[in-house]
Design a protein around this ligand. Structure first.
Ligand SMILES: [Fe+2]
Length: 201
């Protein structure tokens, strides 16, 4: 587990809230249902608007899928209101409850998966905290699998998964027709200088 997050968590332990679907305490993974707090149809609209503007997938590492650039948040002015503020509330709650760190959103990117899409085993490098929000799922949507633990999360619409950025994970090949849409993101923590400010890059 990311050593920074381990130390931060150890120093700021508190009881988890009731809305957690699942936790893997050893690996510091949280799975949370935020469907009642997010305007999912607006998020979906923003993704398809972005895809219409930039239809070429920005990575070759995922076959048969559309992957935006890594700065989705910079192009969607109301993403804070419709999604990010909720995500950041839970990051603070679970990883920095004493509110002594600013969050820095480093990158965010939606992915639209279809039949045949998959993501090879990877991690998010230097990101202290990473996650994924599931915008659209359906029967046959492939899980998120952490490696080497093989801990498997089956996505549902409105589900948020938070995990240390150095944890390896992959998405197996989607074998059935259907569209699976997610937004992934990376955050850093910075010692708080100004209360409540989120720096976006
Ligand atoms: Fe990933």
């Amino acid at each position: 587990m990311n050593s920074f997050l381990t130390k931060l968590k150890e120093s700021q332990q508190r009881e988890p809230a009731l809305h957690i679907i699942d936790t893997v305490k050893k690996n510091n993974i949280y799975t949370i249902d935020i469907s009642s707090q997010v305007n999912n149809s607006q998020v979906l609209d923003r993704i398809y608007e972005y895809k219409d503007k930039f239809p070429i997938s920005r990575t070759s590492s995922i076959e048969n899928a559309w992957h935006s650039d890594y700065f989705f948040h910079n192009h969607v002015p109301d993403l804070d209101v419709i999604l990010l503020n909720t995500i950041e509330k839970y990051i603070r709650e679970f990883y920095a409850p004493k509110n002594t760190y600013d969050l820095i959103l480093l990158s965010s990117w939606p992915i639209i998966y279809q039949k045949g899409s998959h993501v090879n085993r990877h991690n998010h490098g230097v990101s202290a905290l990473s996650g994924v929000y599931y915008v659209q799922t359906g029967t046959g949507s492939q899980p998120l699998v952490f490696s080497p633990s093989e801990h498997t999360i089956h996505p549902k619409e409105g589900m948020l998964v938070l995990f240390p950025g150095d944890l390896y994970h992959y998405v197996p090949v989607q074998k059935v027709e259907g569209t699976r849409i997610s937004i992934a993101f990376n955050y850093a923590f910075n010692i708080k200088l100004n209360s409540g400010i989120v720096n976006r890059h």
